[in-house]
Design a protein around this ligand. Structure first.
Ligand SMILES: CC(C)(COP(=O)(O)OP(=O)(O)OC[C@H]1O[C@@H](n2cnc3c(N)ncnc32)[C@H](O)[C@@H]1OP(=O)(O)O)[C@@H](O)C(=O)NCCC(=O)NCCS
Length: 179
């Protein structure tokens, strides 16, 4: 099992997983899901070519040639917000769940976030009915910052989102200083 950064040359594998995610759990995928999954492969490959310059980093977990799961991290280029990263797009193909792939992808995202100079927090949002993901995030130390009621409207049903945050540094002074 190998977790690595995805490049534009991985677009076909990424596209396949994102399309699966959108049809499997549309209530759990983020706002980019439609754009990434429903545009064509060439369009996705082109998007992926600009992601890194835009502060977006994609990761995939591979078993041999098979991409079993993906996850992403975004960092805003605006320095007012660059002390935090946003984690999104975590999805494991159903047949590979329960094999610690989600945990390994999260570990990679968090360790990558810690390697970025000046990053102090990781944030994410999770649909409140998504118990497996909430448990996974809590095990990493993410804590709830609040609920956005009726954040998503899908097929005649509302879903609430929970915003979660994790401190990436344990340096108390560093946490207080903003520079
Ligand atoms: C949530 C998801 C990413 C978990 O991936 P996974 O590879 O099956 O999870 P792992 O095997 O790495 O499990 C890691 C931990 O997550 C938690 N977890 C995973 N599946 C769980 C379940 N069905 N119920 C409760 N907790 C669960 C457990 O704490 C588990 O640790 P443990 O096995 O030591 O108890 C996967 O179910 C998935 O892709 N779901 C659909 C998409 C999604 O919800 N994405 C998250 C959006 S925020």
């Amino acid at each position: 099992m190998v977790v690595r950064r995805l490049q534009p040359s991985d677009a076909a594998a990424y596209h396949q997983v994102r399309r699966h995610a959108l049809s499997d759990v549309p209530q759990f995928v983020g706002p980019l899901a439609e754009q990434e999954a429903l545009g064509g492969l060439a369009q996705l490959q082109s998007r992926m070519g600009t992601y890194e310059a835009d502060g977006v980093f994609l990761f995939g977990c591979f078993l041999g040639e098979q991409c079993a799961g993906v996850a992403a991290l975004s960092r805003k280029l605006n320095p007012k917000y660059s002390h935090k990263v946003f984690l999104w797009g975590l999805y494991i193909l159903p047949e590979f769940r329960g094999r610690a792939i989600g945990r390994q992808l999260m570990e990679h995202l968090i360790s990558f976030a810690r390697s970025l100079p000046g990053v102090r927090f990781a944030t994410l949002q999770v649909t409140t009915t998504n118990e497996p993901a909430r448990v996974l995030h809590q095990r990493f130390g993410f804590v709830s910052c609040g609920i956005e009621p009726q954040a998503l409207c899908l097929d005649g049903r509302f879903y609430d989102f929970e915003l979660m945050q994790m401190k990436l540094t344990h340096d108390a002074q560093h946490e207080k200083e903003c520079r």
